[in-house]
Ligand binder design. Structure first.
Ligand code: UDP
Length: 331
């Protein structure tokens, strides 16, 4: 299968590119490198630097490459920034997704896997979250992701598109072979920020909110290994048929508090990891945990990493060997 991967130089995208190649697919990555890293893209994939807003680039690519499917990761990811600059998110995350779909329609490409998010649920009524629970996205970031899900559902019948939207929980960890991992600038995610303290790059971890109604007052998240997410994408592509539409949560179903993440990181790194307690971060919800029964049953997918310790250890291996992230000459 020949697959176009947008945002394939990013975190989940680059791990999915490797999983696709390992499954025997041919991969072309389209990335504008605004946040992605050339060094993250496997040399066995073709890297095209370009933007989804460029309709003639898309037409050329689709015309020449004759893709069987598209995996769409390219998007801005920072929730806080989406509150400050919503139109930036609507333009890139929604507008460019629509332009991509329009190009797929023009070229009759009928298989699509979309990188969605558990943030579409907002503050859920109960835990764990199942796919049928109401979508009440609480930020422009989350609303833009949901808008793309709607655009997919509304437009798919027009050319018989089949799609899978994967709503993932908290992606974490790094490739088992140590080759690629997480490198955001600025880094806002918990696990890399904790590990930067263990590396001596930061003095302490800031804990955002200690008065939530959770077992220790800090937020609970479902951390899922990035290679498990990558395998979920490959499974999604294996099963998706033109005209068929599917939505899945992807998580482990096990929640960890912020304090538990720090404790596990202390045990993995042997570092004391000092912390300071701060107020709540705007937009955070107390608990997010996936009920992944549907994807387990229908895609025969289950996460290989089911222990937070192993997820943090894999991230630690990456951060220790790449303390300054990627070297962006292509490795
Ligand atoms: N968090 C924190 N300190 C940090 C980064 C994150 O206390 O330096 C908390 C954050 O408030 C949330 C959890 O860790 O409760 C996970 O945050 P992250 O940004 O990793 O993922 P999110 O759930 O927001 O997608």
């Amino acid at each position: 299968m020949k697959v176009l991967v947008t945002g394939g130089a990013g975190y989940v995208g680059s791990h999915s590119v490797r999983a696709l190649l390992a499954s025997g697919s041919e991969v072309v990555v389209l990335d504008n490198l605004s946040a992605g890293h050339t060094a993250a893209v496997s040399r066995d994939a073709t890297l095209v630097r370009g933007d989804l807003s460029d309709a003639s680039l898309l037409d050329d690519l689709f015309e020449k490459q004759r893709f069987d499917a598209v995996m769409h990761f390219a998007a801005f990811i920072e929730v806080g920034e989406s509150v400050v600059d919503p139109l930036k998110f609507y333009d890139n995350n929604v507008g460019n997704s629509v332009r991509l779909l329009a190009a797929m329609q023009r070229h009759s490409v009928k298989r699509f896997v979309f990188s969605s998010t558990c943030a579409v649920y907002g503050v859920p009524e109960r835990m764990p979250i199942t796919e049928d629970m109401p979508r009440r996205p609480a930020s422009p970031y989350a609303r833009a992701k949901l808008a793309v899900e709607w655009a997919l559902a509304d437009s798919a019948p027009a050319w018989g598109l089949g799609f899978v939207a994967l709503r993932y929980f908290n992606a974490a960890g790094a490739a088992a072979d140590g080759s690629i991992g997480e490198d955001h600038d600025p880094e806002t995610h918990l696990i890399p920020n904790v590990l930067k303290v263990a590396l001596g790059q930061r003095e302490h971890v800031r804990i955002f909110g200690t008065d939530y109604e959770t077992r220790d007052g800090t937020c609970v998240r479902d951390y899922v290994h990035v290679e498990d997410l990558a395998s979920a994408h490959v499974r999604a592509l294996d099963v998706v048929e033109p005209g068929e539409t599917r939505w899945y949560n992807a998580g482990t179903g096990q929640g960890a508090t912020v304090r538990e993440v720090v404790d596990v990181s202390r045990s993995v790194t042997g570092h004391a990891i000092p912390l300071i307690e701060e107020g709540r971060r705007a937009g955070d919800v107390p608990v997010l945990c996936a009920d992944s029964t549907k994807i387990k049953k229908e895609l025969d997918w289950s996460p290989k990493y089911d222990k937070l310790h192993d997820i943090v250890a894999s991230a630690w291996q990456w951060h220790q060997t790449h303390p300054n992230g990627f070297d962006n000459r292509r490795e």
